[in-house]
Design a protein around this ligand. Sequence first.
Ligand SMILES: Nc1nc2c(ncn2[C@@H]2O[C@H](COP(=O)(O)OP(=O)(O)OP(=O)(O)O)[C@@H](O)[C@H]2O)c(=O)[nH]1
Ligand SMILES: [Mg+2]
Length: 171
Amino acid sequence: MCLLIGPTGVGKTLLLKRLSSIGKGAFENLGQIPSTIATVGSNLVTVNIHKKHDITIRELGGSMGPIWQNYYKDCKTVIYMIDVCNRLQVSSACIQLLALLTHESLLKTPILLIFNKIDMPTRMTKSEIEALFRLQDIIKSAQQVISVVEISVHTGHGVQDVIKWIQKAQK
Ligand SMILES: Nc1nc2c(ncn2[C@@H]2O[C@H](COP(=O)(O)OP(=O)(O)OP(=O)(O)O)[C@@H](O)[C@H]2O)c(=O)[nH]1
Ligand SMILES: [Mg+2]
């Protein structure tokens, strides 16, 4: 199982919807943007994006932060998503990220960091975020292999990179 977490409103549920429609054969940027509501609890979806087997992804709502750790034991990979427009969320997102990277159950778990909503003109730039998160320091000091992608679930930009990472990491 792949665990999909991150603060509220960053786009986790929308990404899951995109991945399931791509798994059903739809092109990644076709169709309207489906609406989402804040996830209370968790959202379990099986997506058909791997040649050999289906992949189960569990989203935990951002408001469930205090209980995320109950799910760390059962996951093979973790995707942590961040909203590049939400400046108010940066520091808490960073603290949450550090907590998960140092959690004993996740020390060997491959981590994908997603910076989402790069379609927005009000977005923070990549270097701005990297500085705010001290990303290079985090990557250097973490025990896990951390990959980083910038995406827009709205336009579909970068979603293929997410799929490639899941296919590789979730063998
Ligand atoms: N502009 C823009 N908006 C996005 C993007 N991805 C998601 N959103 C919007 O962000 C809002 C929140 O998306 P959700 O997928 O519900 O967020 P979530 O991370 O599941 O939130 P919780 O379930 O509360 O933890 C929705 O209005 C989405 O349409 C994106 O790439 N660009
Ligand atoms: Mg959600």
